[in-house]
Design a protein around this ligand. Structure first.
Ligand SMILES: [Zn+2]
Length: 88
């Protein structure tokens, strides 16, 4: 069976789930869900600097949530920054 498709919240491109970073919101914080297994609604962002980088710079909000990278927990932010550098 084909992998379910997800949409990047920044560029709106659709791709397989595994090519995205998944974020979950818990309370007022955003966490990086590395293993794609955390419960709750997931927010997907491409691993490219064009998307992940822009989100980390705080220029983009996630959907209707109006939650942005300022709400990332510090550890998640560090991991996402690594991800971003690794992929670009
Ligand atoms: Zn994207």
């Amino acid at each position: 069976m084909a992998e379910p498709l997800r949409t990047c919240l920044i560029c709106r491109q659709r791709a397989e789930k595994k090519s995205f970073c998944r974020l979950v919101r818990i309370g007022d914080e955003l966490f990086y869900d590395i293993k794609h297994r955390a419960p709750g609604r997931g927010y997907y962002i491409c691993q490219k600097v064009e998307c992940l980088g822009r989100f980390l710079e705080g220029k983009r909000r996630l959907g209707r949530l109006s939650i942005g990278s300022e709400s990332l927990d510090p550890e998640s932010r560090a991991l996402l920054q690594d991800e971003c550098e690794k992929n670009n």
